[in-house]
Design a binder for this molecule. Structure first.
Ligand code: NAG
Ligand code: NAG
Ligand code: NAG
Length: 636
C-alpha cells in the first residue's frame, strides 16, 4: 500500500516538475533555428536531426539541458563560434517552442541587422548578445513581455536610438550591459532594486543623469560626451536648464515637439504599466518563484499545486504536533526501520509522522538543486517539512546509509538543522527536514532584494556570519575524522530562522554520495586544491566559508557558484585585488557601507578574514579554528 502511494507521490512530484513541453521534438526546433543561420557549418557535426539534444553521451554542442523531470533544452550557448546571420532571418519562432529555454548566448559572433524578436522568448533569464554587429533602434516596448529577464548583455554592437524604456520596468533585472554601442538620448531612470550591475559607457547618451542613478559609480557613464549631472560631478550647462533666458525660435520648436514626445511617452508608459500589472497579477496567482540552488539563471518557476487539493482547507497550524498526529502517523513512526517502504523517523523532537501523512500533505515544489529536487509539504496536523528526493545516493548499502543518517539526525546545535526522517529504497531516497520559513541566505541576499534587503544590516549580517562559523566549528568537531565535515557550504544551504539565526543544511553528505556525483554536487569540490589536484581536506570547507563571508559582505553573487563562471562576481579575485591595492572599503556592500567609522573598520576586518579563508594555496590557508576565532573577535 505504502509503496503504491509512494509511487503515486513520485508521480505527482514528477508531474509537478515537468514543464509543459518535453524534450521530445526539441531537435526539430533547434534544427529549424540552425537552418536560419547564414552559415551553420560550425554546428553541423553535432546538431543532428533525430538525435536527442540532451543525450548525455553525445550532447549537442552549445546545448545545456535542465536536469529535472524530462530533459529539456534550458540553455543555448553559442559563444565565439563564427556564426552569422541577419537578425530578421533568425528563426526565433523555433526557439520559442523550447519551453524550458532560459539562457541564450550568441556572444562574440557576427550577427547583424536589427535585433530579431528575441522578446518572444518571454521566459528567458539571460540574453547575451555582446560582441556582434546588431544595429538600429530597439523599439521602446521591446522588453515589455520579458519580465523574467535577469541579465541582458548587448555590449559591443551598433545599436542606435534611445535606450528602450521598457528596460526600466523589468523588476528582476540584475545586470544590464549596453556599453560600446551608439545609444543616444537621455539616460533613463533605472530604479529597480534588483539591478546590481550596469554599464552604459561609450555610447552617445545626452543630458542630465537622473539622481536615482547615483548608486552606480561614475565609470558606468564614461565615454558619453554629452551627459552631465551630479552623479558624474559634471555640472549641466545653464542652457539646458528649464529656467534659461530667452530661447530662440529653434529651441522653442524643439520644446514644443519635446512636450509632444513627453505626452506620447507618458501614454505608452501608462499602457505598459497597466499591461504589466495585469500580467503580473495573473501570474502571481499561479506561479511560485524559487531560487535554483546551482545557478541563479536556472531559477525554476514552478506552478504551485497541492498534491491533494481537498486537504487544502483542513490545513491548520496547531503547533503541538505530539497530540495531533494521526493514528497512521504514529504507526508509521513506530514501525521505525522495520518496514522497508516506510519513512524512518530519526529525530522525534518535532513530532512523529509517517509516509501516509506526507502523502496526504499539500505540497509545493521548492526547486531543484545538485542533490535532487525538494518540495515543501504541509501535513494535516499543521507540521511543515521539506522533503528532498536524493539522486544517486547509492554509495552505501541500506545499513550503512541508515547508520550514517542516524548520526546526522542525532546532532544538536543551534546553527545546524538535523534531518527528521528518511526513506530508503534502492531507486529512491527521501530526506525530510524541518521547513524554515525565511528561506535561504542566497534568496535573501540576491532574490527579491526589495523585500528582505533592508533587514540585512550590518549587525544582522555579522550575526549570520558568526552563527555560520559556530555551526561549522561544531561540525568540524563532530565529524573531525571526515575529509569534509560539511562539504557543501554555500548560501543556498544556509537557512535563516525568523530571528536571522543561520541553520546549516546539506552537511556531511560526502560519505553518502558516489565520488563522481560529489564532484558535481558538492561545493567544496570547487576549492582550488580540488580543482587542480583532486585534493580535499577540512580546509576546503574553510574556502567555502570564505566565499560566503565575501558574498555576505559584498552583497554580490559569487561566480564560484556557477558551473560556467559566466555571470556573478569573482569575489575571490576582487577581494584579493582590492586588498592588495589598499582599497578594502570599496568591497563593502553599499547597503551597509554607511555605518560609523568603527563598524567600517570591523567590516574591513571581516573582509580580510574572507580573503584569508579563500587563499588559493590550501597549505597556507588558515585553519577552521583560526577563522572562527578571528570571526568571534569582530564586533558590531
Ligand atoms: C567576447 O569577447 C570579449 C572581447 O574580446 C571578451 O572580453 C569576452 O570574454 C568574450 N566573451 C566570451 C563569452 O568569450
Ligand atoms: C505535547 O507537548 C507539549 C509541549 O510541547 C507537552 O506539554 C504535552 O504534555 C505533550 N503532550 C503529550 C500527550 O505528550
Ligand atoms: C544606511 O542605509 C540604509 C539603507 O540604504 C538605511 O536603512 C540605514 O538606516 C542607513 N544607516 C545609517 C546609519 O545611516
Amino acid at each position: 500500500m505504502a509503496a503504491v502511494r509512494l509511487f503515486l507521490l513520485s508521480l505527482f512530484v514528477f508531474c509537478l516538475r515537468t514543464n509543459p513541453s518535453h524534450a521530445i521534438g526539441e531537435d526539430v526546433h533547434l534544427i529549424d533555428f540552425k537552418e536560419s543561420l547564414k552559415d551553420s557549418s560550425p554546428l553541423d557535426s553535432s546538431w543532428i536531426k533525430g538525435s536527442n539534444p540532451c543525450d548525455a553521451k553525445k550532447p549537442w554542442q552549445g546545448i545545456d539541458c535542465s536536469d529535472t523531470g524530462s530533459q529539456a533544452v534550458s540553455a543555448i550557448l553559442l559563444m565565439n563560434r563564427g556564426l552569422s546571420g541577419a537578425g530578421p532571418e533568425l528563426d526565433i519562432d523555433a526557439l520559442s517552442k523550447l519551453g524550458s529555454l532560459r539562457f541564450l548566448s550568441l556572444e562574440n559572433n557576427s550577427f547583424s541587422g536589427p535585433l530579431p524578436e528575441f522578446n518572444q522568448l518571454s521566459s528567458l533569464r539571460s540574453l547575451f548578445l555582446s560582441g556582434n554587429q546588431f544595429s538600429g533602434e530597439i523599439p521602446q516596448g521591446y522588453f515589455d513581455k520579458m519580465g523574467s529577464l535577469k541579465k541582458l548583455h548587448l555590449a559591443r554592437n551598433k545599436f542606435t536610438g534611445p535606450i528602450p524604456g521598457s528596460l526600466t520596468k523589468l523588476s528582476n533585472l540584475m545586470e544590464m550591459w549596453l556599453q560600446e554601442n551608439e545609444f543616444s538620448g537621455p539616460v533613463p531612470s533605472f530604479e529597480q532594486k534588483s539591478l546590481q550591475s550596469i554599464d552604459l559607457s561609450n555610447n552617445k547618451l545626452q543630458g542630465e543623469i537622473p539622481q536615482s542613478m547615483s548608486r552606480f559609480p561614475a565609470s558606468v557613464f564614461q565615454g558619453n560626451a554629452d551627459v552631465c549631472g551630479a552623479v558624474i560631478s559634471k555640472q549641466c550647462q545653464a542652457a539646458e536648464a528649464p529656467a534659461s533666458g530667452t530661447p530662440d525660435d529653434k529651441s522653442k520648436e524643439s520644446h514644443k515637439s519635446g512636450a509632444l514626445t513627453k505626452w506620447v511617452i507618458l501614454a505608452v508608459v501608462v499602457t505598459v504599466l497597466l499591461v504589466t500589472i495585469l500580467f503580473k497579477a495573473k501570474k502571481k496567482e499561479e506561479n511560485f518563484r524559487v531560487l535554483g540552488k546551482e545557478n541563479l539563471d536556472d531559477v525554476v518557476q514552478v506552478r504551485v499545486a497541492s498534491i491533494n487539493r481537498r486537504t487544502g482547507s483542513s490545513i491548520r497550524r496547531t503547533g503541538s504536533y505530539n497530540e495531533t498526529g494521526s493514528q497512521s502517523s504514529r504507526r508509521g513512526g513506530a514501525a521505525g526501520g522495520k518496514s522497508p517502504n516506510d519513512l524512518v523517523v530519526i529525530n522525534e523532537e518535532k513530532g512523529v509522522f509517517g509516509l501516509p501523512d506526507l502523502m496526504k500533505a499539500a505540497a509545493e515544489v521548492l526547486g531543484s538543486g545538485g542533490l535532487g529536487s525538494s518540495y515543501k509539504a504541509i501535513m494535516a496536523n499543521g507540521m511543515t517539512v521539506v522533503v528532498k528526493r536524493m539522486r544517486d545516493m547509492n554509495k552505501l548499502n541500506r545499513d550503512a546509509f541508515e547508520t550514517e543518517i542516524r548520526k546526522l539526525g542525532r546532532i544538536r546545535h543551534r546553527n545546524v538543522l538535523p534531518p527528521l526522517a528518511y526513506h530508503y529504497r534502492k531507486e529512491e531516497k527521501l530526506l525530510v527536514t524541518e521547513f524554515v520559513p525565511k528561506g535561504s541566505l542566497l534568496f535573501l541576499l540576491h532574490g527579491d532584494r526589495g523585500v528582505a534587503h533592508s533587514e540585512l544590516n550590518w549587525p544582522t549580517r555579522l550575526k549570520i556570519i558568526k552563527g555560520m562559523a559556530r555551526g561549522m566549528g561544531f561540525l568540524h568537531t563532530e565529524f573531525a575524522s571526515y575529509d569534509l565535515p560539511h562539504g557543501n557550504l554555500k548560501s543556498s544551504n544556509i537557512l535563516l530562522s525568523p530571528g536571522y539565526e543561520p541553520l546549516l543544511t546539506d552537511y556531511a553528505l560526502y560519505s553518502l554520495i558516489s565520488n563522481t556525483q560529489s564532484v558535481q554536487v558538492l561545493f567544496a569540490y570547487k576549492s582550488p586544491e580540488a580543482v587542480l589536484y583532486q585534493q580535499l581536506s577540512p580546509k576546503s570547507d574553510v574556502y567555502c566559508l570564505g566565499i560566503v563571508i565575501l558574498e555576505i559582505m559584498t552583497g554580490k553573487f559569487p561566480s564560484q557558484y556557477l558551473n560556467n563562471q559566466k555571470g556573478g562576481t569573482d569575489v575571490v579575485q576582487w577581494a584579493r585585488q582590492s586588498i592588495s591595492e589598499g582599497r578594502v572599503a570599496e568591497l563593502i556592500d553599499p547597503e551597509i557601507a554607511n555605518g560609523s567609522s568603527s563598524s567600517l573598520d570591523q567590516m574591513e576586518n571581516m573582509l580580510q578574514i574572507g580573503a584569508m579563508c579563500t587563499e588559493s594555496d590550501h597549505e597556507s590557508r588558515i585553519e577552521m579554528r583560526e577563522a572562527i576565532r578571528s570571526i568571534e573577535e569582530i564586533q558590531v
